[in-house]
Design a protein around this ligand. Structure first.
Ligand SMILES: C[S@@+](CC[C@H](N)C(=O)[O-])C[C@H]1O[C@@H](n2cnc3c(N)ncnc32)[C@H](O)[C@@H]1O
Length: 386
């Protein structure tokens, strides 16, 4: 990949092009970046490159002559690469656009400055305008660096292994899952167990779920075009429902307690929630963790827990097994809940959590603060302390 950058300020680009992964890629000859100083092509006796805008207005405009001549002198006749002007008016740069650009053998990037560039220069030498986002920079140099960096990552050999770019945010159509490195416990914050277990299938499943959940939370519009499996869609519909419920809970939704605490008692939840005939399979799939992780959540999402577990029966079973830890939150319309006889002392060590039923008619809010709560709410309105 050969990239030519046309700029009035080549010094702005040099440090970035000499460091880290880009610097190595350029030294290794995997990409070639040439900086062309537009000023050198000015016919003005003072080498001026800009002038006042016709029609008035603030600022200066880069004149056509130095730009057109710089392009003519540096791009051979019949140049095949794409000629791009970095501009806030342009098509927004996305990973898809980066992938398009990476297919080119050559690129020419024009960096504007001041109020912009004389339109006649753009008409003469530019194929496309690209914006790096809806904000205005002082010059196109940062934009050019962004394009070079993003494109270079896709050039074979630039990253350590070709796999490194495959899992990234946007490459899969989704945002990336959370990443962790050593130590396994950082000041009391552990790495999720699944990442330490060494089971590749479990890790893949966990990462997929995390990616889907994060994308739904932060960039839901990406899901419209992301390639999704049926299992992805099912998970997303559960997560969406959970979000609706949480939104409905408004201020009462302090923090979603995840399922980890429940998963400490696999025997108990198996016998409380999974019908006897499917218990063996559920244990194999969800407790031994051969294929999946998440235990109770997986048992639920894999259908081992029947379509609708009537609260009372399951809660009773749950109570019998787990006298002191009667909380359970399933992010699904089939939420199970138990609200009675929660022993406050049993909750003392727990952080904030909520319990809700599917219809949002009954909600338990536990603040996690000593001496406070739990509270019960009806229709999301607190109606008393127990
Ligand atoms: C101050 S800007 C000019 C903005 C121009 N007057 C307008 O309103 O569209 C100067 C130069 O910065 C570059 N630039 C500014 N914002 C950019 C963005 N979001 N993406 C890419 N380039 C940008 C362009 O090359 C532009 O010519």
């Amino acid at each position: 990949m050969r990239i030519k950058v046309f700029t009035l300020f080549p010094d702005m680009l040099r440090p970035m092009l000499g460091a880290s992964i880009l610097g190595r890629a350029i030294s290794a000859g995997l990409i070639d970046v040439e900086l062309i100083d537009i000023r050198a092509y000015s016919e003005d006796k003072h080498r001026n490159t800009d002038d006042y805008p016709f029609g008035g207005g603030a600022g200066m405009v880069m004149a056509a002559q130095p730009i057109v001549d710089a392009f003519a002198a540096n791009l051979p006749a019949g140049y095949k690469g794409r000629r791009v002007y970095l501009s806030p008016r342009g098509r927004t740069l996305t990973q898809k656009v980066v992938e398009e650009l990476a297919k080119e053998d050559e690129l020419a990037l024009l960096c504007g400055h001041y109020e912009g560039v004389d339109q006649r220069a753009l008409d003469a030498v530019i194929d496309e305008e690209l914006s790096i986002g809806d904000y205005v920079l002082t010059g196109g140099e940062l934009g050019a660096l962004v394009v070079i960096d993003a494109v270079a990552r896709l050039v074979p050999g630039v990253l350590g292994s070709d796999e490194s770019s495959e899992d990234e945010s946007f490459t899969t159509g989704l945002l990336e899952y959370p990443q962790y490195t050593r130590p396994a416990d950082f000041r009391g914050e552990p790495v999720p167990d699944v990442l330490l277990g060494g089971n590749h299938a479990d890790i893949v499943a966990w990462r997929r779920e995390q990616s889907l959940a994060l994308t739904l939370q932060r960039r839901p519009e990406l899901l419209e075009s992301a390639p999704l499996t049926d299992a992805d869609k099912e998970l997303l519909s559960r997560l969406t429902r959970a979000r609706e419920i949480e939104a409905g809970l408004g201020d009462l939704c302090l923090k979603r307690q995840d399922m980890q605490a429940v998963d400490l008692w696999p025997k108990q939840w198996l016998s409380a929630f999974v019908p006897e005939e499917s218990r063996k399979a559920a244990r194999k799939q969800c407790v031994s963790g051969r294929r999946h992780v998440g235990y109770l959540w997986q048992a639920f999402s894999m259908g081992f827990i029947p379509a609708f577990v009537e609260g009372e029966e399951a809660v009773q079973a749950w109570d019998e097994q787990l006298l002191e830890s009667g909380f359970l939150y399933l992010p699904d319309e089939r939420l199970l809940y138990r609200a009675g006889n929660l022993a406050p002392h049993a909750l003392a060590g727990l952080g904030p959590f909520i319990l809700a039923d599917a219809a949002l008619t009954r909600t338990l809010v536990h603040t996690g603060r000593p001496g406070k709560g739990p509270y019960f709410a009806r229709n999301a309105a607190v109606d008393g302390e127990v």
